[in-house]
Design a protein around this ligand. Structure first.
Ligand code: IPM
Ligand code: SF4
Length: 469
């Protein structure tokens, strides 16, 4: 009998083309997502050496980072560098025969929202993209991770990737989440627990009652931020919810092919007794809504907490870095999180820009008004999310409450387009990174769940969503 294997081991074994004595492996890649920022040099490399895209039908290109989210975006992109990148993707896709969603295509959106939405992302696959949050697709039980531009070129040309196998890590979240505590709080809590280097060298499998209870969209939120926990990829074993989600998606298998696929997908479970190099266990029932206070995704605390005092940290380097973070954030130790006021609220991104996120926001803000001191925007993760939200009348609720309702894209998740913080502005954001300058030069980011961001927009400061009415 063969040794019990983890889900990661199984997907890895199924895609292994070659293994060298030093552990260097060649992996077959099933799906390649491409966006405008990390692909221009890769296509240029192919062009210069006269090579083709090996499997155009396994490649999908979409613009997201640089596109404006204003209603007049069809007028073009003012920033020259951004405009050139977007135009290059359109040209490259046409020249190399790759399907491409332009900013005027309603299927356009953030690459990690588009893949699942189109049924391009399926269980058991290897999926890559020149983007760190490719980990999102792990929610389907796909081995999905970000790659660099030279690897993008390699995958375009060969449909394979050179890799070394990572270690196996299990993060088990037992128990039942309290009301109003969400997938976002789970992943922020995990990163708070293991730190941003906690998953280094590992692929994390998320399991346990609380993970199983999450919707597919919640699972995507968890896997999305695996990368902020330092891991190479995140995985969740597929189940009935996964199969239901996939059924009927444009590129998903149908009829007999779907039945066969599901029979295979059901084998994508970690075997009893399989070995994990590291195991972390969390109790969902004890989790509060979480807010980040610093400039790293590990700087998190309960909304009922206070800004921590870095002097309590033993390690000098860490102490200095956390003081710097507080200085950057303009915060003092001991401040109650609920006393922190906000200038901006950003709801969107590949972490929390899907329809369920927007429904949560609508529930919180319906019939209420954004605080006069806050400028708040909601950016759907894709054109299809936008269409669905509008069909449900969510846009009317948002606009009536005073939110700006935008066109799809990465938007203020990162300062690569017109949506950005001004120096010193403080923002509650549903995105995944709070590094210095992430949302704009000297901008201050607090990471939260959609419901927490929505409530903060109305109140003008952080509030405990569990006490919201
Ligand atoms: C621009 C891109 C390469 C980058 C990434 O890899 O993640 C971006 O999506 C981000 O979230 O920082
Ligand atoms: S939404 Fe943010 S995290 Fe996601 S791909 Fe775009 S820039 Fe990266």
């Amino acid at each position: 009998m063969s040794a019990p294997r983890t889900l990661y081991d199984k997907i890895w074994d199924d895609h292994l083309v070659d293994e060298q004595p030093d552990g260097t492996c060649l992996l077959y890649i099933d799906r390649h997502l491409v966006h405008e920022v990390t692909s221009p040099q890769a296509f240029e490399g192919l062009r210069m050496t006269g090579r083709k895209v090996r499997a155009p039908e396994k490649t999908l290109a979409v613009v997201d980072h640089n596109v404006p989210t204003s209603p007049d975006r069809h007028l073009g992109i003012k920033n020259e560098e951004s405009r050139i990148q977007v135009e290059a993707l359109a040209t490259n896709a046409a020249e190399f025969g790759v399907e491409y969603y332009s900013a005027s295509d309603k299927r356009q959106g953030i690459v990690h929202i588009v893949g699942p939405e189109q049924g391009f992302t399926l269980p058991g696959m290897t999926i890559v993209c020149g983007d760190s949050h490719t980990s999102t697709h792990g929610a389907f039980g796909a081995l999905a991770h970000g790659i660099g531009t030279s690897e993008v070129e390699h995958v375009l040309a060969t449909q394979t990737l050179i890799q070394k196998k990572a270690k196996n890590m299990l993060v088990r979240v037992d128990g039942v989440l309290p009301p109003h505590v969400t997938a976002k709080d789970i992943i922020l809590a995990i990163i708070g627990e293991i730190g941003t280097a906690g998953g280094t060298g590992h692929v994390i499998e998320f399991a346990g009652e609380a993970i199983r209870a999450l919707s597919m969209e919640g699972r995507m939120t968890v896997c999305n931020m695996t990368i902020e926990g330092g891991a190479r990829a995140g995985l969740i074993a597929p189940d009935e919810k996964t199969f239901e989600y996939i059924k009927g998606k444009p590129r998903a298998p149908k009829g007999e092919a779907l039945e066969q696929a599901i029979a295979y997908w059901k084998t994508l479970q970690t075997d009893e007794g399989a070995h994990y190099d590291r195991v972390v266990v969390l109790d969902a029932a004890s989790l509060p809504p979480i807010v980040s206070w610093g400039s790293s995704p590990e700087d998190v605390i309960s909304v009922q907490g206070i800004v921590p005092n870095p002097d309590d940290i033993q390690d000098e380097t860490k102490r200095t870095s956390k003081w710097r973070a507080l200085d950057y954030m303009g915060l003092k130790p001991g401040t109650k999180m609920t006393d922190i006021t906000l200038d901006r609220v950003f709801i969107g991104s590949c972490t929390n820009g899907r329809i369920e996120d927007l429904r949560e926001v609508a529930k919180v803000v319906e019939g209420k008004t954004v605080a006069s001191t806050v400028d708040a925007m909601i950016v759907p993760g894709s054109g299809l999310v936008k269409e669905q939200a509008e069909a449900e009348g969510l846009d009317k609720i948002f606009k009536a409450a005073g939110f700006d309702w935008r066109e799809p894209g990465c938007s203020m998740c990162l300062a690569m387009n017109d949506d950005r913080l001004k120096p010193g502005e403080r923002c509650a954001s549903t995105s995944n990174r709070n590094f210095e300058g992430r949302q704009g030069f000297k901008g201050r980011t607090h990471l939260v769940s959609p419901a927490m961001a929505a409530a903060a927009a109305i109140a003008g400061h952080f509030v405990d969503i569990r006490e919201w009415n």
